[in-house]
Design a protein around this ligand. Structure first.
Ligand code: NAP
Ligand code: MG
Length: 403
């Protein structure tokens, strides 16, 4: 065994809950600490500690990502009524991911991890499709109204100087429903910049789609902002990199995605992103094979798995049973963060380590050793389903052989 790989700048390490917290420790013990002189600044977002600190630890973790530039996060519980009782919480804290996103003003990019033997439902998808969701405004911040009966609905805007703009939406002859929603230029602009920068970094084409033929002003604004930022800030860089920015209507984009070979970053408005990210992750095979990265417009990165804390497996684990929980997306969160750290610090050994660990994971699965969730859907002839720790140990063995 040669010397451990050294790091210049710490990673912001954000621990989490339940089964993923168990995997987190296994991954560190088996796949990271033996090989890397791991430097991290640790934040415990496990629900107990969030409660002890009145959720201050979540805000502190976000500030640390701003300071250092790169973080890696374990899945965390978003409390609901049942969790309030289970953990005797002082209050129903907000989703940690929501808090991180709000502080970092980021965009979430989700991409599948492709392996042979887990085939996408869409045959011609050869390369991953990364989806970027604008996580601000629109129907998620709507104001809705149940119209009781006959009357006129109006859209009114009162400017600060008192100017009033008023338009009739509809004259109701009977009961119905009504909804108001909004977005703001600054958020659309930072979304567009995050998307252009991310696709450029990956050297993949960027697609953006909306329904500006119907929603001429609202969706038209999204289209215009994307086009302006492309022309002013990215056109030259894209041409140099040999990639393109492509705008189309959302229904056309969906049809084209189905016929594409993948290898695209697809920027979606908030609702489209909600719907199509779930479609893509199930079409690519498994939620346990989706990674997610939050990118802020000023270039901070937070890597994580797209799935949750896998609660059902955790209860089995607590009951002393074996679990076969897939750690791949969590391992890739670590490799993504380590690679980005290596790029920012100029430490090629760290980048090489991240690449090699990913290769070890993929080769382990492609040689037939995988967790049960994958063994159920693989097209490989004789899969060897293993438990959570056995999988990680098999990856370690491969990794040791490769290093
Ligand atoms: P989940 O943790 O994603 O798990 C849902 C089901 O999907 C599991 O029961 C399991 O199916 C399967 N699954 C997901 N990840 C898997 C993996 N790595 N390996 C094997 N199977 C996997 O969602 P949930 O149970 O609805 O949510 C649990 C908690 O996670 C909630 O408290 C929620 O707030 C939180 N959550 C956090 C995040 C985040 O931090 N990013 C995201 C989503 C949810 P089987 O049981 O059939 O094996
Ligand atoms: Mg959804």
């Amino acid at each position: 065994m040669t010397d451990k790989i050294t790091m210049k700048t710490p990673l912001v390490e954000i621990d989490g809950d339940e089964m993923t917290r168990i995997l987190w420790k296994m991954i560190k013990d088996e796949l990271l600490l033996p090989f890397v002189d791991l430097k991290t600044e640790y934040y415990d977002l496990g629900l107990e500690y969030r409660d002890q600190t009145d959720d201050q630890v979540t805000a502190d973790a976000a500030e640390a990502i701003k300071k250092y530039g790169v973080g890696v996060k374990c899945a965390t519980i978003t409390p609901n009524k049942a969790r309030m009782d289970e953990y005797h919480l002082k209050e129903m804290y907000k989703s940690p991911n929501g808090t991180l996103r709000a502080i970092l003003d980021g965009t979430v990019f989700r991409a599948p991890i492709l392996v042979k033997g887990i085939s996408p439902a869409v045959r011609q998808w050869e390369k991953p499709i990364t989806i970027a969701r604008h996580a601000y405004g629109d129907v998620y911040k709507n104001t809705e109204f149940r119209v009781p009966g006959k009357g006129t609905a109006k859209l009114v805007f009162e400017a600060e100087d008192g100017t009033r703009t008023e338009q009739t939406i509809f004259r109701f002859e009977g009961p119905g429903v009504l909804q108001g929603m909004y977005n703001i230029d600054s958020s659309i602009e930072s979304f567009a910049r995050s998307c252009f920068a991310y696709a450029l970094n990956l050297k993949q084409d960027l697609w953006f789609a909306s329904k500006d033929t119907i929603s001429k002003v609202y969706d038209g604004q999204f289209k215009e902002i994307f086009q302006r930022i492309y022309d002013e800030e990215y056109k030259e860089k894209y041409e140099k990199a040999g990639i393109t920015y492509f705008y189309t209507l959302i229904d056309d984009a969906v049809a084209r995605i189905m016929k594409s070979k993948g290898g695209i970053v697809w920027a979606c408005k908030n609702y489209d992103g909600d719907v199509f990210s779930d479609m893509l992750s199930s079409a690519f095979g498994s939620l346990a094979m989706m990674t997610s990265v939050l990118v802020s417009p000023d270039g901070c990165y937070e890597y994580e798995a797209a799935h949750g804390t896998v609660q059902r497996h955790y209860y089995r684990h607590l009951a002393g049973e074996q679990t076969s929980t897939n750690s791949v997306a969590t391992i890739f969160a670590w490799t993504g963060a380590l690679r980005k750290r290596g790029e920012l610090d100029g430490t090629p050994e760290l980048i090489r380590f991240a690449d090699t660990l990913e290769k070890a994971v993929i080769e382990t699965i492609e040689s037939g050793t995988m967790t049960k969730d994958l063994a159920l859907i693989t097209t490989l002839p004789d899969p060897n389903p293993v438990n959570s720790l056995e999988f990680i140990q098999a990856v370690r063995k491969k990794l040791e052989g490769m290093l």
